[in-house]
Design a protein around this ligand. Structure first.
Ligand code: ATP
Ligand code: MG
Length: 383
C-alpha cells in the first residue's frame, strides 16, 4: 500500500515544493495549511507520517505536535518537524513536543527523501507485533448456525473486561448479534459500507460504534433483508477493519458461515481466525475445505484456532480426537451444550459470561479468550 504523508505548512509554495518532491518518490500526499486543519486531517485520514512546519500563525508546530501526541488515534503517527529555525533550542523543543526527527529549510530533496524513508521504516518496525499489538481475530462458522455469533460475543465480553475490545458484525441483513444484545438501532456497518471507500475514515468508523454495558464496543449490522442486498465492496470492508485496528486493542469480526467474497477478502487483514465447528461429519468436511482455502490465502495454520461447539448432547456426535484427525489440526477449545442458558442470556440481552459467570460454558469461553490473546507478540504477521 502506498504510504500517505500529511504535510503541514502555512506557506503554500513550500507545501507545493515538498509535496511534489515526495510525490515523485511515490508517496501519496495530503496537505494542511494551518494547525487546526492538520489536527483534523491527522484524525480522519490517519497518515503514515506527518511533516510539520513550526512557525504558523494560528497554532505553532510544537502545539500541533503536543496535541497529536495527546490523542489516542494520532499519538503513534511519526512526525518530522520541518522549519527554517536552526537553533539547537528549537530542536530540543521539537523533540520535547514529541517529534521523531527534525529537518531544516531549505532541504535538499535527497535529504528529505532519506529522512522520510528512515522514519517510516522505524515506525513500521515498531508496529510489528509487540506485546502492545492490536489483534484482529476473525470468527467463521464451518456451517450456518454452528454457534459462531454466540462464541464471538462471549469471547469479546471476556476480553472487554480487561481491554478495549470491538466486535464488528459482517452478517449484513442476517444479523442476530444486535438483537441478542438488546440493540434496536443496528445499521452502523451498513451506513459505512454504503459510502464510497474514500469516505470511510477512522472518524466515520468510530462514529458508528455503540457500546454495550458489557463494555464491548460494537459495529452492528441489522436483520433487515434490505441490507443483504447491498452491493458491498470487499475493499471497503477491509478499510473498515484497518480503521478498527487503530480504535481498539482487540478487534473481533463476526463473519458468519463459510467463505464468501467478503470473508475471503478479510483474511489478509486478520492476525488470527477462529473456526467454529459442530462435531458432525457434514460440518467437519466443510471445515476441511475452508481450512485448505484459508491456508492458500496465506493464513498459516498456527494462526487458526478451531473450536468444537456441542449444541446438543448426543452419543452420535464425533469425538474431538476424531475431529482433530479429520481436520489434521488441534482443537483449541470444546464448548459444552447449554441450550437453556444460551436462550436465557439472549433474552436478557447479555453474553453468557456475564449472565452466568460461574457456569461451565462461561469458564470455557473465558479460558479460550485467554488462549486467543496469549499469542499477542508471539507470532509475527506475514504481511
Ligand atoms: N453452547 C451452546 N449450546 C446450545 N446451544 C447453543 C450453543 N451455542 C449456540 N447455541 C444456539 O445455537 C443457535 C445458533 O447460534 P449462533 O447464532 O451463535 O450461531 P451462528 O453460527 O452465529 O449462526 P448463523 O450462521 O445464523 O450466523 C442459537 O439458537 C444459539 O442459541
Ligand atoms: Mg451468527
Amino acid at each position: 500500500m502506498t504510504e500517505r504523508i500529511l504535510i503541514v505548512d502555512d506557506d503554500l509554495d513550500s507545501l507545493k515544493l515538498i509535496g511534489l518532491m515526495l510525490q515523485r518518490q511515490g508517496y501519496e500526499i495530503i496537505v494542511a495549511n494551518n494547525g487546526q486543519q492538520a489536527l483534523g486531517k491527522a484524525n480522519t485520514e490517519r497518515p503514515d507520517l506527518i511533516i510539520l512546519d513550526i512557525m504558523m500563525p494560528d497554532m505553532d508546530g510544537y502545539e500541533v505536535c503536543r496535541r497529536l501526541r495527546q490523542n489516542a488515534g494520532t499519538q503513534g503517527i511519526p512526525i518530522i518537524m520541518f522549519t527554517a529555525k536552526t537553533m539547537v533550542d528549537d530542536k530540543v523543543a521539537g523533540f520535547e513536543a514529541g517529534a521523531d526527527d527534525y529537518l531544516t529549510k531549505p532541504t535538499h530533496p535527497a535529504e528529505l527523501a532519506s529522512r522520510v524513508k528512515a522514519v517510516l521504516a522505524r515506525s513500521a518496525a515498531q508496529r510489528r507485533p509487540t506485546t502492545n499489538q492490536t489483534l484482529v481475530i476473525g470468527f467463521l462458522g464451518a456451517k450456518g448456525g454452528a454457534g459462531t455469533t454466540t462464541l464471538a460475543t462471549n469471547i469479546a465480553a471476556a476480553l472487554a473486561q480487561q481491554e478495549s475490545t470491538i466486535l464488528a458484525d459482517f452478517r449484513l441483513g442476517q444479523s442476530t448479534l444486535g438483537l441478542s444484545l438488546g440493540f434496536a438501532r443496528s445499521t452502523g456497518m451498513a451506513n459505512l459500507l454504503s459510502r464510497p471507500t474514500s469516505e470511510i475514515t477512522a472518524r466515520a468508523v468510530e462514529n458508528e460504534l455503540v457500546t454495550h454495558s458489557s463494555n464491548i464496543r460494537l459495529l452492528l449490522s441489522s436483520s433487515r433483508p434490505k441490507e443483504s442486498l447491498l452491493n458491498i465492496a470487499p475493499d471497503s470492508a477491509a478499510m473498515i477493519v484497518r480503521h478498527l485496528r487503530t480504535l481498539g486493542r482487540n478487534v473481533l469480526l463476526d463473519l458468519g458461515a463459510g467463505l464468501n467474497r467478503l470473508s475471503a477478502r478479510l483474511i489478509p487483514e486478520m492476525d488470527q481466525l477462529t473456526l467454529a465447528v459442530e462435531p458432525t461429519r457434514v460440518a467437519l468436511s466443510l471445515a476441511r475445505e475452508i481450512l485448505s482455502e484459508i491456508g492458500q490465502a496465506g493464513l498459516s495454520s498456527s494462526r487458526v484456532n478451531i473450536v468444537l461447539i456441542n449444541r446438543t448432547q448426543s452419543s452420535l456426535q464425533i469425538p474431538w480426537q476424531e475431529a482433530e484427525q479429520i481436520l489434521s489440526h488441534e482443537m483449541t477449545a470444546i464448548i459444552s451444550p447449554a441450550p437453556d442458558l444460551v436462550f436465557q442470556a439472549a433474552e436478557a440481552g447479555f453474553p453468557i459470561i456475564l449472565y452466568q459467570p460461574n457456569s461451565i460454558v462461561a469458564n470455557q469461553f473465558r479460558k479460550l479468550a485467554e488462549e486467543i490473546v496469549h499469542v499477542r507478540g508471539g507470532v509475527a504477521r506475514d504481511a
